[in-house]
Design a protein around this ligand. Sequence first.
Ligand code: ZN
Length: 286
Amino acid sequence: MLQALILAASIAFTEADANFAWECASNLVERCTPRDAGTVRGKLAANWILDTATIHGADIRRDVFRAMTPLGERTMTNLYCEFESDPKADWVVVMSHFDTKPHTGCPGANDGASTTGLLMALARILSCSGIPKGNLMLLWTDGEECMYGYGPNDGFWGSNRAAEMFVRKGRNVRAAICLDMLGDRDLKVTVPANSDDTLARIAVHAARRAGLGARFVTRIREDMKDDHVAFAMRGWKAIDLIDFDYGSSPGRNDWWHTSSDTIDKVSVDSLLKSGRLVAEMLNLVL
Ligand SMILES: [Zn+2]
């Protein structure tokens, strides 16, 4: 009976979780900058995320793979944490990349680390409480960032690898939710046009239910190249939640992929709002 009650409970994201997410992001930046995919420091970042999440009770798996890049073959690492309550049910995937933009020295505090921390907080929450129902994978992707320009062998290595894993295992994905740049202290969450329409409506509804207001999430006309595309390409519903206005004044985006993407631009309050949005989306889609 008690277990039934626990299983039925909804997922909640608290201020303590937001603080934990920020600490994780801050530590990742401090210890592992840069963490370009296929480099020793990229591997160090994966190890640090795995070790830290494990200390906090999460059962994290590592998927090490070889990827062809413009600079030859490189070794990359995806991390994932599975919560499976029904082997026959579809899967929900929530993902964030943790790598930094190659050759820029960008610390990726908002672009990579912030949502990595958010996923680590979710892993900690769910490892204690379990999920209400269905199956969920939290996925930290390596190699989201391209080296020169997005193409068949440049960028999205981790998300393509993970999506291919779902195909190989014969698993169906009900919803793939990509989180990117959601720690910005001046947060404006957008849903790019190349996101699934139903999931976009769910995101707006979730924001309202989480008390963030219906305008917290805005749908935009532009497409976005991001990790959700690997899942959308394979016929699954996928959405990108991103704040792609990241700079010293609106529209400049001068903190993106530069040395200015530092942890002081990431706020606990934004991580709290993003975390509540994602938790509420999970309550709706699981
Ligand atoms: Zn980036």
